[in-house]
Design a protein. Structure first.
Length: 381
């Protein structure tokens, strides 16, 4: 049984979070399982009083740990609003690495502006964060004012991060701003984008269709350059998911061997893992019963197509994030073409350079859109 991709949502004070229910169908469309934490009406005085506030944070902390244990989802995604942002991130901090989040949407955040995102992201406690701000959010400003001017009474560590951007954000901290007040970030037109952001690397079907077309084009171009039958060439896309490299669901062309869809590679394992780790194109071919390069555990080797003879893996770089975000692999079910046998030779270098240009121009921008939960302008309703 596959572990579900869990999205935990949590509301703020003086509400029961009707927006959480409105978000549900958008999450379901992307194959995500929502768990809505509803802790009832929490008044402003209970929020200001440190003992009741901390008790609520502790309840959420234990509930999150319970959900991880019960569902088997080691890194749930989070959507939090207002006081909910403080609850989930304080729970994360208190657990000191025992609790981790995959992708996080903050809306109307009251986290202090000096929240240690660089540390949390580099340690892997959080995967990617999307901070949704409203420029006229007075409630967020009030939380920051209370924290600054009533520290003895409230013991509140809060800030206007739902109104002002976090300074010097790391590359995995994304920022969006809209006009309006505290609830304006809960615009129903945003929910589809949030769901797509949380689901990545699973792609919206409309974006996936464009990715599939590009993979099919890459396969045809390589077949033409090598002068071989395109029916023997395949293409797929792998991206980090759950701590390992896995095939992006649906992002393949001419792949028919079912066990391969369950491949799970550590960075450095196999050609794809080596390409992801090194940032360089990697190649391997089957020589007798052994592969010339790209070694991987026997359990994963057993999943490969029995007729697979050669592999060419290309790191996919994000122009915006300046790092490798995925790996495209082109491989063959017939003997490796002579033009590829010497990777250092000019013909092989020219072929690789041609594919790399297509990747940078055509495929990488699509993955950047998927990473942010966006769609190409012609597809965005």
């Amino acid at each position: 049984m596959k572990t579900p991709r869990l999205v935990v949502t949590i509301h703020g004070i003086r509400t029961r979070g009707s927006w959480q229910k409105d978000l549900t169908p958008h999450l379901a469309r992307m194959g995500l399982v929502p768990i809505h934490l509803d802790y009832g009406w929490f008044g402003a005085l209970r929020f200001a009083w440190p003992f009741t506030r901390q008790a609520q944070i502790e309840r959420v902390r234990h509930r999150l740990l319970e959900l991880v244990e019960t569902t088997g989802c080691r890194k749930p995604c989070i959507v939090a609003h207002s006081f909910g942002t403080l609850q989930v991130m304080e729970a994360l901090r208190l657990e000191n690495g025992n609790l981790r989040f995959d992708r996080v949407v903050l809306s109307g955040s009251i986290l202090p502006l000096d929240w240690p995102w660089a540390t949390l992201l580099s340690q892997g406690w959080v995967g990617v964060v999307r901070n949704e701000r409203a420029l006229g959010d007075r409630a967020v400003g009030l939380a920051g004012w209370v924290a600054r001017h009533l520290p003895t009474f409230t013991q509140l560590k809060a800030g206007p991060s739902g109104r002002q951007p976090f300074p010097d954000p790391p590359e995995s901290l994304l920022d969006w701003a809209v006009e309006g007040g505290h609830s304006e970030v809960h615009n129903v037109t945003k929910y589809g984008q949030w769901a797509r952001f949380l689901a990545y690397p699973v792609l919206d079907e409309r974006l996936l269709d464009k990715v599939q077309r590009e993979l099919a084009q890459m396969r045809q171009v390589l077949s033409s350059l090598l002068g071989i039958d395109a029916a023997t060439v395949r293409a797929n896309l792998m991206a980090p998911r759950g701590g390992t490299l896995r095939m992006v669901p649906g992002a393949s062309d001419n792949m028919l061997h079912a066990p391969e869809f369950d491949l799970s590679l550590e960075p450095g394992h196999g050609c794809a893992g080596q390409a992801f780790e090194s940032g360089e194109v990697q190649s391997a071919r089957l020589v007798g019963a052994h592969w010339s390069a790209g070694l991987m555990p026997q359990e994963e080797l057993a999943k490969l197509h029995p007729d697979l003879c050669w592999v060419l893996s290309f790191p996919v770089r994000s122009a915006q994030r300046k790092r490798v975000v995925a790996v495209m692999t082109l491989d063959g079910l017939a003997e490796m073409p002579g033009l590829l046998r010497d990777p250092a030779a000019a013909p092989a270098q020219q072929i690789v350079a041609t594919i790399k240009v297509l990747l940078e121009r055509r495929l990488s921008p699509l993955l950047d859109l998927g990473f942010r939960g966006e769609l190409p302008p012609e597809l965005d309703p």
